[in-house]
Design a protein around this ligand. Structure first.
Ligand code: NAD
Length: 257
C-alpha cells in the first residue's frame, strides 16, 4: 500500500477531486479527514471510504476561516494521532467571474478568500502538525490557468491560482530541509461540476475543448491518481513543482486533428 498509515486532511472532499482523492488515498491505506462546507455530501464521502474498508472522519469547515482550518488539523491529530499529508484542494469558480471590467470586487474577494487564503490557512496550521509528524507532503490544488491565459475570462479565479502556485514554490523552499514537500497540482479542464457549471453552454465547452490535445475533459479520478503519487514517498525528491495533469494542454501549440 502506497500510503499505509499516513494521515491525510483533504479539503473540498465532498465532491470532484477531493472526494475521489479521499476514496483513492484510503484504498492505499491512508486515514482520511474529509473537510468541506457541505456536510451532507462530505459525510457521504466519509461513508464511502468506510464502506470500502477505509478509515475516515468528516469535519465541516470553511477553509477561508482560520479557526476552521485550525480545527481540521486538530481533528486529524486527535482522531488519528498525526498529520502527514495536507491536501489543500477546496476551490470555487464563480459564474460572475469574468474580465477585469465586468468582475465585481465582491466576486474578487470571495474567490481570493477561498482559493488563496484557504490554501494559506491550510498551510499555516498544517505545517506545524506535519513537522510534529517528522515531515510529509502538502499538495495545493492550483490549475493550468496559473500558467496559461484562459480563453474564457475568469480573472479572479486565474489570479487566485497564480497565487497558489507562487505560494507553493516559496513554501517548498522554506521547508525543503524539514522533510516537508510542497507541490501544486495543476489540473487541466475537468469534467466536474465546478467547470461544467461555469462552461454552461455548448459553445463555451467547445471553445475549451478545441485546445485539448486529447479532445476530452479530464476526470477527477485522474487527478486523484496524481495526488496519490505526490502524497506518497514515491515522490520523495519532488518539491516546488507545478505538477501538470492536463492531457497535454500546456504542451500544445496547435492541437492534433
Ligand atoms: P468541486 O466543485 O467538484 O469540488 C469543490 C469542493 O470544495 C466542493 O465540495 C465545495 O463544497 C468545497 N468548497 C468550496 N468552498 C469551500 C470552503 N470555503 N471551505 C470548504 N470547502 C469548500 O470542484 P473540483 O473540480 O473537484 O475542484 C477542486 C479543485 O480543483 C479546486 O481548487 C478547483 O479550483 C481546482 N481545479 C478544478 C478544475 C476543473 O476543471 N474542475 C481545473 C483546475 C483546477
Amino acid at each position: 500500500m502506497r500510503l499505509k498509515d499516513k494521515v491525510a486532511v483533504i479539503t473540498g472532499a465532498a465532491s470532484g477531486i477531493g472526494r475521489q482523492s479521499a476514496i483513492r488515498f484510503a484504498s492505499e491505506g491512508a486515514h482520511i479527514v474529509a473537510v468541506d462546507l457541505n456536510r451532507q455530501a462530505g459525510e457521504e464521502t466519509a461513508e464511502q471510504v468506510e464502506a470500502n474498508g477505509g478509515k475516515a472522519i468528516f469535519v465541516e469547515a470553511d477553509v477561508s476561516k482560520a479557526s476552521d482550518c485550525q480545527r481540521m488539523v486538530v481533528a486529524a491529530e486527535e482522531s488519528f494521532g498525526k498529520l502527514n499529508v495536507m491536501f489543500n484542494n477546496a476551490g470555487i469558480m464563480l459564474g460572475e467571474d469574468g474580465d477585469a471590467e465586468s468582475t465585481t470586487e465582491s466576486v474578487w474577494e470571495k474567490t481570493m478568500a477561498v482559493n488563496l487564503r484557504g490554501v494559506f490557512l491550510g498551510c499555516k496550521y498544517g505545517i506545524p502538525a506535519i513537522r510534529r509528524a517528522g515531515g510529509g507532503s502538502i499538495i495545493n490544488t492550483a490549475s493550468f490557468v496559473a500558467l496559461m491565459g484562459a480563453a474564457t475570462p475568469q480573472i479572479a479565479y486565474t489570479a487566485s491560482k497564480g497565487g497558489v502556485l507562487a505560494m507553493t514554490r516559496e513554501l517548498a523552499m522554506i521547508h525543503a530541509r524539514e522533510n516537508i514537500r510542497v507541490n501544486a497540482l495543476c489540473p487541466g479542464p475537468l469534467h466536474t461540476e465546478l467547470l461544467m457549471n461555469f462552461l454552461d453552454t455548448e459553445a463555451k465547452r467547445n471553445r475549451r475543448l478545441v485546445h485539448l490535445p486529447m479532445g476530452r475533459f479530464g476526470e477527477a479520478k485522474e487527478m486523484a491518481e496524481a495526488a496519490v503519487f505526490l502524497a506518497s514517498d514515491e515522490s520523495s525528491y519532488i518539491t516546488g513543482t507545478d505538477f501538470l495533469v492536463d492531457g497535454g494542454l500546456t504542451a500544445a501549440y496547435v492541437t492534433p486533428e
